[in-house]
Design a protein around this ligand. Sequence first.
Ligand SMILES: Cc1ncc(COP(=O)(O)O)c(C=O)c1O
Length: 380
Amino acid sequence: MSNSFQQLFPSTNELCYLNHAAMAPWPTLVSEAVQSFAEENARIGARDYDTWMQRENDCRERFARLLNAQADDIALLKNTTEGLSVVAQGLPWKAGDNIVIPDCEFPSNRLPWVQLESLGVAVRSVAIHVNDPEQALQAACDENTRLLAVSAVQYADGLRLHLDKLGRFCQANQVLFCVDAIQQVGMLPLDVQACHIDFLSADAHKWMLGPEGLAVFYTHPDVREQLTLTQSGWRQMDNPFQFHRNSWEPSKTGRRFEAGSPNMLGIVATHAALGMLLEIGMDTVAQRAMANGDYLRNQLSQRDNIELLGNTAPERCSAIVNFRPLGVLPAALYRDLRKVDVITALRGEGLRLSPHFYQSTALLDTALQHIDEILASQTE
Ligand SMILES: Cc1ncc(COP(=O)(O)O)c(C=O)c1O
């Protein structure tokens, strides 16, 4: 797969960066947007603040387009954890309620719920590496289940859940549906309406190719006001610059969750990154990211010194690939790959590779060749 998309990413000249499930290298377009914003700040400060606010609104629009939502459903928060915590701290829990989550979640989608145990709320952790993970999650719900909270794609091995099925179940059973989408948005399309999602949170620094510190927090309008606000501030009003007013009623939109000044630098960078994804089109991005994941899975499965981990059924896998080298510790392989500028991650039981859409097969082959050479030298 030769492609011109690689030219948009200077990192491809330096390394085989197979770690988008942790943090993405920026495309040139993002670093240029940040540089130009820095220069503007230095030259004229916030003289043209109106244009900054325009970009902030556009950023909400772009997130909304990615999720098939409305801009009014979007809040710009600082990370995935913050969005999930707004839900955990905002819902009116009562003793005896329970929350259902998968047993292998990244801590962001576990700790905010576990904290509620002191209120008498039970957290039910469900094994999802089974034949039918959605059925397993549904079976754990009962009449006291208030919320089902899942990662769309699991961080360690890339297991993909069928959100539409879970969303339909939640809707039919009056269970709120909350999705940690950081490992899906920017890699695969996600439709909050088709999946009946009530709350969704995702930081921009992975598949969305943006910076840390800027996250999308989606709330469905029908359930938004069930969340008691945990912060109060001037920016959560509809016309935030009317400082002299009689009513301080928070906006009915997602802005109600944004209490103070925004992370405008993060917005500038994310706005540029989302613009690129939308222009290329999420169908193209997803098709290419998946093709890269499939290529690595296919190549690795042909090696007898490697065991692929995770569910490799086509409808379950993603651009996250995890494997265990046989006879060599994953940590040793990880370390030696870093020395030759192949950037991976140790996650779960193995080594995680997470290519993105813009990378060529030739780049993936270089990484595979390094893996072969290191394994051969370490088992000699
Ligand atoms: C599934 C999942 N959720 C959340 C996070 C990170 O959350 P935050 O944006 O709060 O740092 C990660 C990071 O690896 C993740 O894989």
